[in-house]
Design a protein around this ligand. Structure first.
Ligand code: HEC
Length: 118
C-alpha cells in the first residue's frame, strides 16, 4: 500500500469516527436549563406516572395530567420528596423504579424556575 492510499484510509477513518461520535447518544448529556412544562414535564409524567396518576381513577386522588394539580403538588414539595427517596423506601415514586438523576434534576429545575405552565 503506498503512502497516499494509507493516508486516505487514515483520514476517512478519522472522518467516520467524528461523524459517529457526533451522532451517538451521549448518556452523560443532561440538559436541564429552561425546562418547559409541555415539552419536558408532561412527557415525563405521562411515561413514568401516568399509568397510576392518570385522569381517571388516579391513585391517591392525584391526577398528574392536570397542570394545576402538578404545580400545586410540586410547590408543596410532595413530588420532589417522593422522587428522591431511596429504592428501599416504599414511598418512592414511581414505586420500585426510580427516575434517573437527570429526570429528577429536570423536575427539580422546573419547580425552581417557578413551575410554569410553559
Ligand atoms: C405503579 C403505580 C404508580 C406510579 C407509576 C406512580 N405512583 Fe405515585 N402513588 C401511587 C400510589 C398507590 C400512591 C398512594 C400510596 C402512597 O402514598 O404511597 C401514590 C402516591 C403518590 C404521592 C403522594 C400523594 C399524597 O397526597 O400524599 C405522590 C406525590 C406521587 N404518588 C407522585 C408520583 C409521581 C410524581 C410519579 C411519577 C414520577 C408517580 N407517583 C408514579 C402509585 C403510583
Amino acid at each position: 500500500m503506498n503512502t497516499r492510499t494509507s493516508f486516505k484510509i487514515y483520514t476517512s477513518a478519522i472522518f467516520c469516527a467524528l461523524i459517529m461520535h457526533s451522532c451517538a447518544y451521549d448518556e452523560n448529556e443532561c440538559v436541564v436549563v429552561d425546562v418547559s412544562y409541555s415539552n419536558d414535564i408532561v412527557p415525563l409524567l405521562d411515561e413514568k406516572c401516568g399509568s397510576c396518576h392518570g385522569a381517571s381513577y388516579p391513585e391517591a386522588d392525584l391526577n398528574l395530567t392536570d397542570y394545576e394539580v402538578v404545580s400545586q403538588t410540586a410547590n408543596n414539595s410532595k413530588i420532589i420528596h417522593r422522587i428522591n427517596l431511596d429504592l428501599a423506601d416504599d414511598q418512592l415514586m414511581p414505586p420500585n423504579s426510580p427516575l434517573t438523576d437527570c429526570q429528577i434534576d429536570l423536575f427539580t429545575n422546573w419547580v425552581e424556575q417557578g413551575a410554569l405552565n410553559n
